[in-house]
Design a binder for this molecule. Structure first.
Ligand code: IFM
Length: 473
């Protein structure tokens, strides 16, 4: 008798089938990436509206002005989500829409939109999962110093309270920040996201004030809440493996892990910044602007940790010529591809195994906090047929492999309670504009027609199978 090895699909299905029936299945979006209507009903500019107008900042000069026109098509989009049998929808609130300028009273017309969204979701049996900050800082706050300025943390806490005042009776799940790494480092150190700064010191100040804003907001939400809330923060995380066993590579991987991973989890979950990170920064003349009492605020307990995972890096401690310090005398820390792996349309390597490793590490190093994968997905070059249907087998395989990686982490002891695909819709992919598509649902930007792709149907069927016939959807 001959036996054949199980296919990748069979292996993934076998793992996915071990997820419990109450495992959360959702899809995520963010306000600036889908809403459009950037000048309607009192909304003022965010840093992304400004950044989109900097020549060369965004591919093709794309902007968020129309995006997916979700502001006007929200009921249709919620109906789509419900038809896909997803139990949870992760969306973000646009700060400049609900509190134009970032300080002072709320804009009732802006809040009305989210009020309607929440009601629409609840009416269709979909749980709202609200993110307060997904990168669209009001421009006025940027003009006053932005995240490198401590005051922005206090403004964020006020804003959190305003949103909670209107929605706290119906929304249980609150995420303070999405990927502070991107806001701080891509936006202030690497200059590729709004506001386009290039200063390590500003980036480090921004990280600390984002953390502080998170902690202050957690306190405000808890004291305003009339019922228990599930409060989370969502971090972009990956693994940093040394490119070789050489001391320079191992040291570079440690630095990358300190700056890209522990900088975010340690203060929130352990109440301190990593000692080695403080020393690395000091060697470059940079200090984290911690004041007395900040770390107690930042470590205010959260109920859930959101993990956004796309890929991981190999890290090298030398430049192309073999030097270990750069022109400014700073140690080289270079992220390299692993090589030989399949890549997505953005050239990101497909590494589901590292998601398992990452979730197991969190379970080991930061025990006691339940995790939700708040984002995972891939951009590929979609080719719609004449009806607009996209047979996105690569994206489907990507999602299946990563969901199986989550299931494997659970089997091995990680407390992971849900998985949200990024993203419900094709949308504005920041500096890449609209050319990169991450959606489960295709958006034809010329007509705003929505068409679920094969990956959406796969996620629908998978969620249904995991829940069992009696479950939601
Ligand atoms: O589109 C982004 C999202 O806004 C934040 N996380 C990563 C996604 C893909 O790049």
């Amino acid at each position: 008798m001959t036996t054949t090895a199980p296919s990748a699909t069979d292996r993934h299905d076998a793992l996915i089938d071990r997820l419990p029936p109450d495992f959360r299945f959702g899809a995520a979006t963010s306000a600036f990436q889908i809403e459009g209507a950037t000048a309607e009903d009192g909304r003022t500019a965010s840093i992304w509206d400004t950044f989109c107008r900097v020549p060369g900042a965004v591919d093709n000069g794309d902007t968020g002005d129309i995006a997916c026109d979700h502001y006007h098509r929200m009921p249709e989009d919620v109906a789509l989500l419900a038809a896909l049998g997803l139990d949870t929808y992760r969306f973000s609130v646009s700060w400049p829409r609900v509190q134009p300028g970032g300080r002072g009273p709320a804009n009732p017309a802006g809040l009305d939109f989210y009020d309607r969204l929440v009601d629409e979701l609840l009416a269709r049996g979909v749980t709202p999962w609200l993110t307060l900050y997904h990168w669209d800082l009001p421009q006025e706050l940027q003009d006053a110093g932005g995240w490198p300025a401590r005051d922005t943390a206090h403004r964020f806490a006020d804003y959190a309270e305003l949103v909670h005042e209107r929605l706290g009776d119906r929304v249980e799940h609150w995420t303070t920040l999405n990927e502070p790494f991107c806001s701080a480092v891509l936006g202030h150190v690497e200059g590729v996201h709004a506001p386009g700064g290039r200063s390590l010191a500003d980036g480090v100040r921004a990280v600390h004030h984002l953390h502080l804003g998170h902690g202050l907001a957690v306190r405000r939400l808890r004291s305003a809440a009339r019922r228990p809330l599930d409060i989370a923060v969502a971090h972009l995380l990956g693994t940093s493996r040394p490119a070789s066993g050489s001391p320079a590579d191992r040291e570079a991987a440690r630095r990358a892990d300190a700056f890209g991973f522990r900088f975010y989890l340690d203060p929130i979950l352990r109440g301190r910044y990593p000692r080695d990170l403080i020393d690395d920064l000091a060697a470059r003349g940079v200090r984290i602007p911690v004041r007395d009492g900040d770390l107690e605020i930042i470590a205010e307990p959260v109920d859930t940790l959101g993990v956004n995972y796309y890929r991981s890096m190999r890290v090298c401690g030398t430049d192309e010529r073999g030097a270990t310090v750069d022109a400014h005398g700073a140690p080289v820390t270079r992220g390299l591809p692993h090589g030989g792996l399949p890549v997505t349309g953005l050239g990101w390597e497909v590494m589901p195994h590292d998601l398992t490793e990452l979730l197991l590490r969190i379970a080991r190093d930061y025990p006691g906090v339940p995790v939700i994968v708040t984002e995972n997905g891939a951009a590929y070059e979609d080719r719609p047929d004449a009806e607009g249907f996209v047979d996105d087998t690569e994206r489907t395989a990507y999602l299946a492999a990563h969901l199986a990686a989550v299931a494997e982490a659970r089997v091995r002891g990680a407390d992971v309670r849900g998985y949200f695909a990024w993203s419900l819709l094709d949308n504005f992919e920041w500096a890449y504009g609209y050319a990169q598509r991450f959606g489960l649902v295709r958006v034809d930007y010329a007509t705003q027609t929505r068409t679920p792709k094969r990956s959406a149907l796969w996620l629908r069927d998978t969620a249904h199978r995991v829940r069992g016939a009696s479950g939601h959807g």
